[in-house]
Design a protein around this ligand. Sequence first.
Ligand code: F3S
Length: 300
Amino acid sequence: MKQIKIAKNSGFCFGVKRAIKLAEEAAQSYKSAFTLGPIIHNPQMVDHLNSKGIFEIDNIDQLDDRPVIIRSHGVPLYELDIINNKNIPIIDATCPYVSKAFEYARKAGEEGYEIFILGNPDHPEIIALKSYIKGDFFIINDNLESLPETRFAKAAIICQTTQNSQNLEQLVNALLPKVNELRVFNTICNATNIRQNATIELAKKSDVLIVIGGKNSSNTKMLATLSSAYTKTYHIETAEEICSQWFENTPFIGLTAGASTPDWIIIDVYNKIIEIVGNNSNFAKCVEEIPGYKEESYEF
Ligand code: F3S
């Protein structure tokens, strides 16, 4: 007897739904537009948009007179300045939660706080965020031991929106003895918290857990890291990557998906697993029966 369950709120978050909607509207209004870097970190969704005339470019010099869509993770201020001077239509799909973190970074820098960014220095969100900071900053990823020895009069922490609250707590604890005043901007977004908590709860019950989403997606990778502390975990992008051996001696199978994973991929993976393990009566027979699945589903 096997059971399969999808974590609550798997798939698109508010910011991603908004970005995709803006891109699809741009495709309709302008026929063709650019995004600087992928609009979201999901290669399959980027390909889908490509077929509608939304093209990813990786350099500002590749822009012509077509509109540019600012991706959900935002772009650095210096790039924004160049784009503004080009006199082309700009569609800002930066997630409002990401913009909020940029605003905190700008203000804290102006107010003279030493800024500690908790996040991946190579991630576009962090590359953009640091451009808003006037003054010094440190980026802390998994290098807590490298915190400066210096004592600071005032310091502020700002997080990548897809960070994990335990990492934030660790940074707060490590910094507290070193500063007179510490401001913590908890910019981890609610969609991240909800998906991480649901994944941990499901991982605790599962004999195997499949995490679905872009291999370049920070929030998806974080779900895989968190899940692997509790159960055997596989991170895949599409159903084609599934191996039937993963489901041997696994009475309870869990599925979860990152905030940038489209519904159709989740459904494909779900159907593929059912095909592999057999049509057992304990399985939901169609997507509508999957508990919690419809709560945040995105309509194409
Ligand atoms: Fe925005 Fe949070 Fe999604 S920052 S893009 S709502 S994961």
